[in-house]
Design a protein around this ligand. Structure first.
Ligand SMILES: NC(=O)c1ccc[n+]([C@@H]2O[C@H](COP(=O)([O-])OP(=O)(O)OC[C@H]3O[C@@H](n4cnc5c(N)ncnc54)[C@H](O)[C@@H]3O)[C@@H](O)[C@H]2O)c1
Length: 582
């Protein structure tokens, strides 16, 4: 028997008692689950125990860890059981323990990596439980299991190969689980949110997102350049206080555009005044055309004229154009000033304000002049989005979707179910923004200067940048996020043409984009008359070109993108010809 969940019981840490606090959410979910246990399956290192504990807490049910139970029943550790009795004996014991734990009713049960491979155990789980596969990528698993030496199956000469072989062997069976959740390096709460949301969709109970509050904090933990991304309501009002905390007696040059100034500058100024911060606004015309060398000179002059010193701050109040331009101005003025991002478009809140890419466009192409320069703080005030046009909000949504398409299929599923909430505002919006920021922060922390994985963030962008260039960055015809929406469709249709992704996935993406009012094909760009040759020419100036070959981000499916560094331009040409003719 497992230890009953009562305070003061001396049980193994893994099965330690948790406080069972009922909420409306837990009551509704438990009523739908009945006596079924939620059974977490997946590889070692997928997070079954840590996520399982939090999930149990959220559902207010007991948590059981099959491995911990086996160890307790045998009075020895799993490596000892393997060594003294062999794997076959261990599997039999495991089957018995899982059988028993399943009989105990509503609970969360974390199982060992091999448990679900047993057909009897799978059948038993299907009868008395609901299985969830925590699916993690090889790299994530390897990093996590390296930290622990108690994995008997990995005690081989080549643990990497062993892990890859286990993945190949087991993933087709794990895929039989009722639900699949992508386990990755994000806060456990995020994964738990996704499990709850998938569960509620599966059980047909349409649970509102009750957990996500109206604020969140994401940390970008770069050595020596760590910073916080604060997401929530009313942040403009507290900006002064937060900026003052960055340095005693700092002054601030606020860079913003005319439209944003009209809506939000007064609130920021009043907050800075309250915090006794000297400031000087630098206001420029709105639009992509302002991301230019001419405007950069004006901004730098403005900062210097306002007598900002090296220890002072540049504050970027606006969309991605302002963030990129002001960030670059900060990077080069007085050989580098610190800067704060206060993003006011959805696109800037979920993408451009995070990660430190700053720069301006050149006549030769987009973002060709720039620097990596991380902000010291990002304040994403969701209230600012209330003044944004529906068109600009939708454009930012394309970048939100991008994160699901890159490596997070459950997030894409969630967006399909919750996009109305994201557009309406409230907790769903905050959840979408923080999930996006977490995804971007995780990639930036692993590859700050885009030497590898960070390129995934360019999914759809090689196409998008070419379209923007061809329309001369004319926002009336095409804004960046709309170009990205079409670019995402092109990336998936191109992947389909190369035999990588299914047409169903591409259609699903197009349907979702259409639902939120975003364009999905090149011909829908007003006044479009360029052919494949012109698009290829525009792509050739992209930073992703090496010796005539193009780097594209392609996909094997939703949530499964990868970098394809050696694409033959003639394949792109044929694809574009077909696409333009369709
Ligand atoms: N640095 C990066 O990592 C990165 C990532 C993605 C995109 N970008 C860049 O971001 C830029 C696009 O950003 P964007 O879409 O935010 O464009 P943007 O900055 O031009 O803003 C779009 C429009 O919305 C207006 N606006 C901004 N906030 C508003 C508000 N709260 N209320 C009303 N109007 C408001 C602006 O005046 C502008 O007219 C592109 O230049 C792109 O290259 C950079």
């Amino acid at each position: 028997m497992t230890q009953p969940l009562r305070p003061g019981v001396d049980v193994n840490e893994a099965n330690a008692p948790i406080n069972l606090i009922e909420t409306e959410e837990s009551r509704v979910l438990k009523a739908a689950l009945g006596h079924r246990a939620i059974v977490l399956v997946g590889m070692m290192g997928a997070g079954k125990t840590s996520i399982g504990k939090r999930l149990a807490q959220r559902l207010a049910v007991p948590f059981n860890d099959a491995d911990a139970e086996i160890e307790r029943a045998a009075g020895m550790t799993i490596p000892e059981i393997f060594a003294s009795r062999g794997e076959a004996e261990f599997r039999l014991g495991e089957q018995r323990v899982i059988n028993r734990l399943l009989g105990e009713g509503a609970s969360v049960l974390a199982t060992g990596g091999g448990a679900f491979m047993n057909a009897d155990t799978r059948r038993r789980i299907a009868e008395s439980g609901l299985s969830i596969w925590l699916k993690a990528d090889f790299d994530v698993l390897m990093r996590r299991v390296k930290k622990r030496s108690n994995r008997p199956l990995l005690q081989t000469e080549d643990p990497e190969k062993t892990l890859r072989d286990l993945i190949d062997q087991r993933y087709p069976t794990y895929a039989e689980a009722t639900l699949t959740i992508h386990s990755r390096d994000v806060a456990h709460e995020v994964i738990v949110d996704e499990i709850i949301s998938e569960l509620s969709a599966h059980l047909g109970i349409g649970l509102p997102m009750t957990k996500t509050s109206s604020s969140d904090l994401v940390k970008v933990d770069l050595p020596g350049r760590a910073y916080d991304i604060v997401i929530g309501s009313g942040l403009l009002e507290s900006a002064g206080e937060r900026i003052a905390a960055l340095g005693k007696g700092v002054s601030a040059a606020i860079v913003t555009d005319e439209t944003v100034a009209q809506h939000h500058l007064a609130a920021l100024e009043s907050s800075l005044r309250k915090a006794d911060i000297r400031f000087a606004p630098i206001i420029i015309p709105p639009g992509e055309k302002s991301k230019s060398m001419t405007m950069l000179t004006k901004v730098v002059d403005g900062i210097l004229e306002a007598k900002m010193e090296r220890g002072d701050l540049v504050v970027a109040l606006g969309g991605g154009v302002i963030g990129d331009l002001a960030g670059f101005a900060a990077a080069i003025t007085r050989r580098g000033m610190r800067f704060v991002q206060i993003p006011t478009t959805l696109l800037a809140q979920v993408d451009s304000s995070v990660g430190g890419k700053t720069g301006v466009n050149s006549d030769h192409g987009k973002n060709l002049i720039g620097a990596f320069h991380q902000p010291s703080l990002v304040l994403a005030d969701v209230d600012c989005l209330d003044t944004l046009s529906k068109r600009e909000f939708a454009a930012g949504y394309a970048e939100v979707m991008k994160y699901g398409l890159i490596n997070d299929a459950p997030f894409f599923n969630w967006l399909e179910a919750h996009h109305e909430g994201v557009f309406a505002g409230g907790p769903d919006r905050v959840h979408a923004i923080s999930t996006s920021c977490r995804a971007k922060a995780a990639i930036v922390m692993r590859d700050e200067r885009e030497e590898g994985e960070r390129a995934l963030l360019n999914l759809g962008h090689t196409f998008a940048h070419a379209f923007e260039r061809i329309v001369g960055y004319d926002g009336a015809r095409l804004v960046h996020g709309e170009a990205v929406a079409i670019g995402l469709c092109c990336a998936f249709r191109f992947s389909q043409r190369l035999g990588l992704a299914s047409g169903q996935d591409a259609s699903r993406i197009e349907r979702h984009l259409e639902k939120v009012g975003l364009p999905t094909n090149i011909q829908s760009i007003p006044g479009w008359n360029a052919g494949s040759e012109q698009i290829l020419e525009a792509m050739a100036q992209d930073k992703k070109v090496k010796r005539g070959r193009l780097t594209f981000i392609l996909a094997r499916g939703i949530g499964d993108s990868f970098i394809a560094p050696d694409i033959d331009p003639s394949d792109v040409r044929s694809f574009l010809d077909e696409h333009l003719a369709s």
